[in-house]
Every structure is written in C-alpha cells, then in structure tokens.
Design a protein around this ligand. Structure first.
Ligand code: SF4
Length: 472
C-alpha cells in the first residue's frame, strides 16, 4: 500500500499522476511531498525509516516551483524503484507544447534538447520524437491566419460499444427516433455555426464521434448537405469524416462522402487480428476492413487514415507485427498508433480482472514494430499526444506520408486556433492567438439533454462567443 501526504501545497492531481505509474513497483511505502516557502522536498519511508529524499530550491515563479516539486518526487520514485519513465516527469497530454513554447522564445534546438533531457529527464528517443513532431507541426501552424477557425461536429453513435471506449457514444440500434431528433438539434447548431463562421476563413472541418457513418445513408446525406450549405467547404483546406467502423460503411456512403467534398477519411481497424476484434466487441472482420478500404480507393478517396491500438487485451508483439504487415499491404496515407489506455468510463476498466494487461517492455517492442512499419510505408511522425493511464506510460503517435498531415489533428493538439465544436459533448475552444489564452464553451454530454436543451446550448454559445470574439 502507498500512503501519500502533501505538506504545504494541494497539487493532488499532479502528484497522483506521477505516482500512479509507479504503484506496480512499490509494495509498502509512505510518500511525502513538501513545499516550505520555495523549498521543494520529497521523501519516501518504509515503516518509520526514511529511505530516499530529494530537495530543490524554487523561486518566486510558481510554475517553476511547482515543476521542481513534481521533479523531486519523480527523482525519489526513480531512486526507490530503479525505474525511469520514458517521458520523465512530464504528465501532460500535449508534450510538444513545451517545445513550441521554447521555439517561440527563440531557444536553439540544441538547448531545447538539453533541457528536455536534463531537466525533464525525458528519454533521448522521446526527445527526438518530440522535436521532430514539433518541427512538422510548425510548418502547419505557421500558416494559421488571424481570422481562421476550424469546425468539429460530433455524432455520438456507434454500432456497438468497444471494450476500451470512454467517449460519449451510444449503440445506435433501436435509437431511430433519437438519431432523428439529434440531427434536428444539430441542424440548429450547424446553422448557428454557419452564421458565426461567415466572416471567417475555415481551415479544417472534422466530423467525428462516435462513428458518423453509423448514420444511415439518408441521414448521412442530410448531414453532409447541411455542412455544405452552412460552411464554405470547398475552400477549407481539409474536410475529414471518421468512417471509423468498417461495419458502418457502404459503397453509397463512401460515394456520398466524395460527392460532398470530404477529402480525408479514417477507416479504423485497431487490429488486423480476428480474435481480438471479437474480444474488443467490434463485430466486424478483418476481411470487412480490406473490402471497405478497397471500395474507398475505387471511389477515389486519396487520403485515408487508419487508427491502430497497441496493447489490446490478449495481443502479443507477433499480433502487432501481423497487423502492421496487413496494413502495409493496404498502403494507407496515414496511421495513428494509440497505446492502450485504461479509461475510467470504459467497460474494460469495469472488468479489468478478466484481462491480462501488456507489460511495459512488450508495449515498447510493439511501438518499435509500428514505427518501423510506418517508416517502411514512407511515413513520418507528425502529431503526438499522451493520455492518462496508458500502458507503460507511453504515447500516441500519428504518422503520415509527405503532405498528408491532418491539419485538424495538429490544431486540436496544439490549441493555436479557435475550434467551433458542435454536437453533444463538444467543447468549443476560443483561442486568443496573441496571448495563447484559451476559453472553453462546452455543450452537455448526454444526447437526450443535448436534444432537450439545444436552445440553451445555442444561447450559451452565442453569449460565450460574443464575450470572447470581438469580431462577432
Ligand atoms: S468506435 Fe470509437 S467511439 Fe465508437 S465505441 Fe468504439 S471506440 Fe468508442
């Protein structure tokens, strides 16, 4: 059992996030994190014996002092367990933000590297990855214009709920009426979004969820027509629709996506192993994936992403190798490789004792199989993020062929541009590019509530945008 005591501060969240990946390595210990004036100290006790401690002196800069507090704790945990984390004491979901900040302050690359290695204690290969990704992202972010925004539209329905899912998503079966009511409410929000964006340039549009292609053909066409009617789709640099689950895709839907100017789609196998697909509740086969992928190519979709997950229950490195070999044969334009995360609202979390989770060293091997596979397909990493409770405390990486970077993925990660978000659970983020300050305007998560309270959502958005955007 691990006892944690905070003295002189209340950074519970940050301290717990540092300790969490170490809980498997510590049997019985008491941990104290102490802030006294600017002095940061961490201690580990076994019984009454102090077995490890670290101290560092902060200064008036609260952010820096807080970092030192977390760093001292990380250092005692490393010393006590003999285990270092690949991302050092970084716990945030957007590691590249630190690099962008340093780029903006004109810090030379070599000094950035040194800081990441020595201060944050990040492993060298992860430092290289961070810098490579940040440089790629810069090329996209530098093109952001002052009047530019991106649009997100959420469709919170899926055919079934995957084992690991924690998104706002409802199994679509027997929800005919609710889906219709949802589209009606969404139509109001899209019309509002159209008005708001009429004086702006739209850089990217992303329809995600859930699985937007769970809508039937008529519903999908209605949605695409609405988006085309209210937004300047043709001039947007990118228009993506997640066609995530192959069991929702028909030839007609792929044709509709093409007809309504969708330039990028995502067909997400997660794995190319039959048994795993069953185990995670996907209700489709690997053959279905190959079939819909070839339909998409036949119909002319020339920018197709595929999402994969490593560390799925029951999978070994050999299974991941098999997945990569099959993906390579399909030649997608980009892949996004997620490391399995045990999310709070997932079925997996509720039934964790039924599964054996993959250990960190095997996840590491899986990461190298997928990154090697991506390089062999001519792809490079272009975006990166982390989540809480990831196996081995690793990362998610998007790889793409040259010129196939997803603008939306970069914008949502780096938060340098306003994203107007529509639908249940969608959170609009208004970014002030001068100060990098971000204000959030959330919609309610629950679909029923979203439908019933749509007018209130619209008022909330209108008021929020009026307060935050001088041009509106
Ligand atoms: S397809 Fe995605 S959103 Fe839908 S249940 Fe599976 S993980 Fe969740």
């Amino acid at each position: 059992m691990v006892d944690i005591e905070l003295v002189g501060h209340e950074y519970h969240y940050e301290i717990e996030n540092i300790i969490k990946p170490y809980t498997g390595y510590i049997k019985d210990a008491s941990i104290r994190s102490i802030l006294k004036g600017n002095l940061c100290r961490a201690e580990i006790y076994e019984g009454d014996n102090l077995v490890s401690f670290k101290e560092e002196l902060g200064n008036e800069d609260q952010k820096y002092t807080k970092q030192l507090l977390i760093r001292t704790l990380y250092q005692v945990l490393c010393e006590f367990t003999g285990v270092k984390m690949p991302w050092g004491f970084l716990t945030g979901i957007r590691p590249t933000k630190i690099v962008h900040e340093m780029f903006e302050n004109n810090i030379p690359k070599e000094r950035i590297k040194k800081q990441l290695l020595e201060f944050y204690d990040i492993r060298e290969d992860k430092v290289e990855l961070m810098i490579k990704v940040a440089e790629k992202e810069r090329g996209i972010l530098e093109k952001n214009k002052a009047d530019e925004i991106s649009i997100y539209i959420g469709i919170p329905f899926c055919p079934t709920r995957c084992l690991y899912c924690s998104f706002t998503s409802y199994a679509i079966d027997h929800r005919e009426q609710q889906v219709e009511a949802y589209l009606e409410a969404l139509e109001k929000e899209i019309a509002f979004g159209g008005k708001y964006s009429s004086s702006k340039t739209i850089r990217s549009i992303y329809i995600g969820g859930g699985t937007p292609t769970s809508l039937n053909e008529e519903q999908l066409e209605r949605l695409l027509m609405l988006v085309n009617q209210h937004f300047n789709v043709k001039d947007a640099e990118e228009f993506t629709v997640e066609a995530g689950r192959p069991d929702t895709i028909t030839k007609r839907k792929l044709e509709l996506l093409k007809q309504y100017h969708v330039g990028r789609i995502s067909i997400n196998p997660q794995t190319m192993n039959e048994e795993t697909l069953l185990r995670i509740g996907r209700k489709h086969t690997t053959e279905d994936i190959v079939k819909v992928f070839s339909w998409a190519r036949e119909i002319g979709h020339s920018n197709i992403n595929m999402d994969l997950i490593i560390g799925l229950p029951g999978e070994s490195s050999r299974d991941v190798k098999n997945t990569m070999d099959k993906i390579k044969a399909l030649e997608p334009d980009s892949i996004t490789v997620h490391t399995m995360a045990i999310k709070r609202a997932s079925r997996l979390r509720e039934s964790l004792e039924e599964y054996t989770l993959t250990q960190a060293d095997e996840i590491e091997e899986m990461i190298s199989i997928t990154s090697q596979g991506a390089y062999e397909m001519g792809m490079e990493p272009y975006y990166l993020y982390r989540q809480k409770n990831m196996l081995g405390n690793f990362e998610n990486v998007g790889y793409c062929k040259p010129g196939k970077e997803s603008v939306y993925n970069i914008e949502i990660m780096e938060e340098k541009e306003t994203i107007l978000a529509l639908g249940a659970g969608a959170i609009t983020k208004v970014v002030d590019p001068k100060t990098n300050k971000i204000e959030r305007i959330p919609n309610v998560k629950n679909v029923e509530e979203y439908i019933n309270r749509i007018d209130e959502m619209l008022l909330r958005k209108q008021k929020g945008l009026k307060d935050l955007d001088n041009d509106f």
